[in-house]
Design a protein around this ligand. Structure first.
Ligand code: IPD
Ligand code: CA
Ligand code: CA
Length: 269
């Protein structure tokens, strides 16, 4: 990759700042630092501190851009561009001292076109990043999507419903089929990291039904820049229209899409 843009440098600086905050508290979180947000949904002081650090670094550098962060920071800028931030993806893992979580930062242009994506896993110090048209990288080394083609060798990532039970049945039916068509499945609890792992070929494919832009924006760019395909469960590549994601290579993406179309007959609008 050539010279990194100011946008990418800023996103990396923000991700590192948030990563340092997570490491200070990982394994040390007390109950008073965890608050319920919704049914089976929690936020911690660490999520909030990460969001404050990221948003201040980004606004300082790009005061005209908009911003949408999971924990409530919303800025309406004039540039037509928007930063989409998950300050801590994998909060439940973090609360339970399960070392699978990351920081996800993306920049989107006016037509939902992804420009920059950064995903940082602080425990392993793995920095995934991509810029539109420049390829995808892990700690400075270019990454590519899996080249596996044999079903019995696939390792797939997914997310399963944990509170919205109305699509549990469809999810289980699809899961059963993917079990037959893979060597193994992981539900590690961080959708952004699942996508980063798909981008670098650790996972051969990934699917999850109900996600928000902050969960997938950076990861979608990583997978595409690594040579993969990403759509929603209807096959639409404009992933910001709905809330479902399928990512993979030219074998796993169609395989997962065919199952999604079969089992998820109604889409989240
Ligand atoms: C969650 C994780 C999880 C996915 C959930 C997300 P959070 O994000 O990405 O893997 O299954 O749908 O909400 O709440 O930890 O930022
Ligand atoms: Ca998330
Ligand atoms: Ca989060």
């Amino acid at each position: 990759m050539g010279k990194q843009s100011h946008e990418l440098q800023t996103a990396i600086k923000a991700a590192h700042a948030a990563g340092a905050i997570t490491l200070e508290k990982f394994g040390e979180l007390t109950l008073s630092e965890i608050q319920p947000k919704d049914f089976k949904d929690f936020v911690t002081d660490v999520d909030k501190a990460c969001e404050a650090a990221i948003s201040s670094i980004i606004t300082e550098n790009f005061p005209e851009d908009s911003m949408l962060c999971e924990e409530g920071t919303v800025i309406n800028g004039s540039s037509g561009r928007s930063w989409i931030v998950d300050p801590l993806d994998g909060t439940l893992n973090f609360i339970h001292s399960f070392p699978v979580f990351c920081i996800s930062i993306a920049l989107k242009g006016p037509k939902n076109n992804l420009l920059t994506g950064v995903i940082y896993q602080p425990i392993l110090k793995e920095l995934f990043y991509a810029e539109c048209g420049q390829g995808a990288f892990l700690n400075g080394k270019q990454i590519t999507i899996s080249s596996r083609t044999q079903k019995e060798t696939f390792l797939m990532g997914t997310g399963l419903p944990f509170k919205e039970y109305h699509y549990l049945e469809s999810s289980i039916e699809m899961l059963k089929e993917v079990i037959h068509d893979s060597a193994g499945i992981r539900r590690a609890g961080s959708a952004a990291l699942d996508l980063a792992y798909t981008a670098c070929g650790r996972f051969d494919g990934f699917w999850e039904y109900k996600l928000f832009p902050w969960d997938f924006a950076a990861g979608v760019l990583l997978v595409r820049e690594a040579g993969g395909t990403v759509t929603d469960f209807t096959g639409d590549p404009d992933v910001f229209q709905r809330q479902s994601i399928i990512a993979g290579n030219n074998i796993t993406h169609p395989l997962l899409l065919e199952k999604a179309l079969k089992h998820f007959t109604t889409e989240i609008p």
